[in-house]
Design a protein around this ligand. Structure first.
Ligand SMILES: N[C@@H](CCC(=O)N[C@@H](CS)C(=O)NCC(=O)O)C(=O)O
Length: 227
């Protein structure tokens, strides 16, 4: 399998939160894959895919796009070990996926846009600035200007996840499943591009994230951008 992952100047430090979700799903299922780094301006590498965003997963002749669709594809094609833990959880995962995208991805983006920009080379920086400033309606600098206050609201918004982390070792219970990977994969994005502190040490989610960093031989912990 080949998984395309966005990177900046360091090809080993892929940072797309959506691709991280897929990486963790592949690791959970013990499926071997090669990671193909791609910069924003190297979309020709994924010209065979129906959309020009990552993740793109090539599994032999089959190409699958969108992190959630890829998770469903992996579950249907390689059922063991289960990624969702059963059909009810798989159905409910759609709700979580949407919640994570709206709350975590948007919340983190509003604090990290400038850090992401700073990981890129100058051509990719220009593309990133133009597309993101159009999307956010403000300069990258203005978007992140009040992040010291924004992070407080972000931490408050994590309350539903915090309840799960306070009760169990993993968000899914005694062992990690798709929900853990979807949330942790999203946290891998700021972990790689930034040193800004999102979680406080006494937050149950901090301890949960530490446990997630340790999974799969410390795959998450060791993935840090070279500076
Ligand atoms: N819903 C998609 C979102 C994918 C997405 O937005 N990927 C971003 C990177 S995090 C991308 O490839 N952007 C390309 C660009 O902005 O040019 C998924 O879950 O896979």
């Amino acid at each position: 399998m080949k998984l395309y992952q966005l990177c900046g100047t360091d090809p080993k430090a892929g940072f797309s939160p959506y691709t991280w979700r897929v990486k963790l799903c592949l690791l959970h299922k013990g499926l071997a894959y090669d990671e193909e780094p791609i910069r924003f301006l190297e979309k020709d590498k994924i010209s065979h895919a129906p959309v020009q965003t990552v993740p793109v997963l090539d599994d032999g002749d089959i190409t699958v796009v969108d992190s959630f669709a890829i998770a469903e594809y992996l579950e249907a094609t390689y059922p063991e070990p289960s990624l969702f833990g059963g059909p009810v959880a798989a159905a409910q995962a759609r709700f979580f996926n949407s919640w994570i995208d709206q709350n975590l991805v948007m919340g983190i983006a509003g604090m990290m846009l400038k850090d992401i920009h700073d990981c890129l080379d100058s051509d990719n920086q220009a593309y990133f600035r133009e597309t993101r400033e159009a999307r956010f309606g403000a300069s990258l600098e203005d978007v992140v200007a009040n992040r010291d206050e924004a992070v407080e609201a972000f931490r408050t918004s994590l309350a539903p996840l915090r309840l799960l982390a306070a009760k169990n070792k993993f968000l899914s219970g005694d062992a990690p499943y798709w929900l853990d990977y979807a949330v942790f994969g999203t946290f891998m994005w700021p972990h790689i591009v930034s040193d800004f502190q999102l979680l406080l040490e006494d937050d149950p989610l901090f301890g949960w994230r530490e446990r997630m960093f340790d999974l799969f031989g410390g795959a998450g912990r060791s993935a840090k951008r070279a500076v």
